[in-house]
Design a protein around this ligand. Sequence first.
Ligand code: AMP
Ligand code: MG
Length: 346
Amino acid sequence: MKTRRWFVDSSAELSTNNPQITQAAELLQQNEVVAFPTETVYGLGANAENTEAVAKIYEAKGRPSDNPLIVHISDIGQLDRIISYIPETAEKLMREFWPGALTLVLPCKPGMLSPRVTAGLSTVAIRMPDHPVALSVIRSAGLPIAAPSANLSGKPSPTKAEHVAHDLNGRIAGIVDGGPTGIGVESTVLSCTGEQPVLLRPGGVTKEQIEAIAGPILVDKGLTEDDEIPISPGMKYTHYAPSAPLAIAEGGAARIQELADGYKRQGKRIGILTTEENAGLYHADFIKVCGKRADLETVASSLYDALRSFDEAEVDMIISESFPDTGVGLAVMNRLMKAAGGTVIR
Ligand code: AMP
Ligand code: MG
């Protein structure tokens, strides 16, 4: 399959009949899959009402079929067709954070969406992205759009169109290139189907921000305890992983250098994932700076690009610094832990 590529200037005002957006939307209406930028990462979109279209997402990504997809909408009016009931807290959170990086799991109206979107669950994960290109593609298609991250399953999520092309060229109908995404980690997933909201995946909107609006929320035990199975099916898979093994090291720069030297003596090519503050403290075969430690949003925004860069550098082993789990740091550490398959050196 030839993958089409359109360039759209995300910073300019988008006209309602922008030809690139219109062509992408037409392919979605024809039940093809198209990648587009959101404020978190690039999404791989398909018509959420059509099983043939949704099946193409799973096929292109090689995604396990029990991992449900997030449905993306451009207008609140689209909710009525999909959601059977909106709890009061969910409504408050939508008002505060939509459009934005907060996905809400809500009770689903039966028969409206392809059962492959929800992986057979009676709930659906839904959000309104805060990106002009994503919003105009969805609005122009006039459909709810199922969209996971536009990467091969297991690889780091794409924050640039080049990442999407690297993984999916020839496997999807098109890529709308709107430049690099902003937040850089996926949306926060919050279940609103019970008495109290439950955090299923940390992401772009922080736990602290949610609690300021909704009061105290619960955190899925599967996120923090090794022997618990996560409620959110996708959270049980290894994810975001570069080709070389990755270990997260605690204990500061001197300790990380000592570990790197140890691996070096075994003849390995070593990569270190660090920050602007600490980069000068190391010597290794490849040192990747991933934002500023003092501003964890910059770390989130460059994390996946940094993880992908180790593949190009062809290192045998990657050691990453560890980050505080406050604010967006909770999402950063969650993704790093998954990329490392849980390997932490203390
Ligand atoms: P991705 O599309 O790769 O960003 O992943 C979407 C995340 O949302 C995965 O972790 C899914 O398991 C989770 N998710 C989607 N739908 C539901 C649902 N109905 N209930 C719980 N988690 C869900
Ligand atoms: Mg993903």
